[in-house]
Write a protein of this length. Structure first.
Length: 320
């Protein structure tokens, strides 16, 4: 008989978007998060990061089905809305921080500039403006190409997005050279939303917030320096993105072990170089976004699968 699996769930924004200037951000509402906690706790032993890590490193599973909660990108949402709910229920979770968002002058990551610009401008206008900027940079002519029909290898990458979003995100994340994407997104952000640095300061967790969460039983992991698609980088560039993580997170939290989570998380977003660099940098384990249960005892520690919070939504409707 095989041991029960672990259902690992990942979350991004947890906020009531109607109460913010960016109602288009795809977030789980606070009530929705609470309902998910009820649902998960009714079915699983929800274990904390340290307990899960011990199980993965020792290879010994649990007698009952378990669940692990993980939170990507280090949003203030996680301090304001997630942490109090977890603490009140005596639960823990793993929170993944990008190095560039830490410190006194945090950087607004391109992935988040894109989310808020899409909310502000809508997909059509955002796509048009990025296309014009790419053309003036000489990177792309004839505007943003249409989404490929049929069986693209990357189909399903953004399974919850509308087509125009899929198209523009693919161009920005996978096709445009990073320095160009960075320049274009920063200029558009400053024109349409506001100053990147001020926005970043309000969007991401601060060091005191992280420390308070550690005191409350939360665990932290690393999520690269700048949130690139790692498989686009050579091994040296990947090393620069990964190698400081264990030290940075260790100093911030006092943890002696640090886990990792791949930006975007699909299995094509990292490669054999990434796995090597993770090992040489000393990470304890790493999470992707391949949606299935984790089998403790046989799962490679650097490729732990996770479900999107939205994968739970169908069940939630019947539960509510
Ligand atoms: Zn991320």
């Amino acid at each position: 008989m095989t041991a029960p699996g672990c259902t690992i769930v990942f979350y991004h924004y947890v906020r009531d978007v109607e109460a913010t200037p960016f109602p288009g951000i795809r977030a789980l509402s606070v009530a929705g998060f609470k309902a998910q906690l009820d649902w998960l706790q009714a079915r699983y032993d929800v274990i904390d990061g340290a307990t899960f890590e011990r199980a993965i490193l020792s290879g010994s599973g649990f007698d009952r089905p378990t669940a692990l909660l993980t939170f990507d990108d280090g949003f203030v949402d996680h301090y304001e809305h997630v942490f109090p709910l977890l603490r009140d229920r005596g639960l823990g979770g793993i929170f993944f921080l990008a190095g560039a968002t830490l410190g006194s002058s945090p950087m607004l990551l391109n992935v988040h500039k894109t989310h808020f610009l899409l909310s502000q401008l809508g997909a059509e206008r955002f796509t048009r403006e990025v296309g014009a900027a790419l053309e003036s940079e000489g990177v792309m002519s004839g505007g943003i190409p249409g989404a490929p029909g049929g069986s693209s290898a990357r189909e399903g990458i953004y399974r919850y997005d509308e087509a125009p979003d899929v198209r523009i995100k693919r161009v920005l994340n996978y096709e445009a050279p990073y320095p160009v994407a960075e320049r274009i997104l920063s200029a558009l952000f400053e024109r349409h939303v506001g100053e990147c640095w001020a926005f970043a300061r309000d969007l991401y967790l601060s060091a005191p917030q992280v420390r308070e969460m550690v005191q409350g039983g939360m665990t932290f992991g690393f999520h690269t320096e700048t949130h690139p698609v790692l498989s686009r980088l050579d091994s040296q560039a990947q090393r620069l993105e990964l190698r400081q993580g264990p030290r940075l997170i260790g100093e911030l939290t006092g943890q002696t072990t640090v886990s990792f989570c791949y930006p975007y998380g699909f299995s094509h977003t990292y490669n054999a170089d990434t796995l090597r660099v993770l090992e040489e940098s000393g990470y304890s384990m790493a999470f992707n976004t391949v949606r299935r249960e984790a089998v403790i005892g046989s799962e490679p520690r650097y490729e732990l699968p996770r479900f999107d919070t939205r994968d739970l939504a169908v069940d939630l409707e019947t539960y509510a």
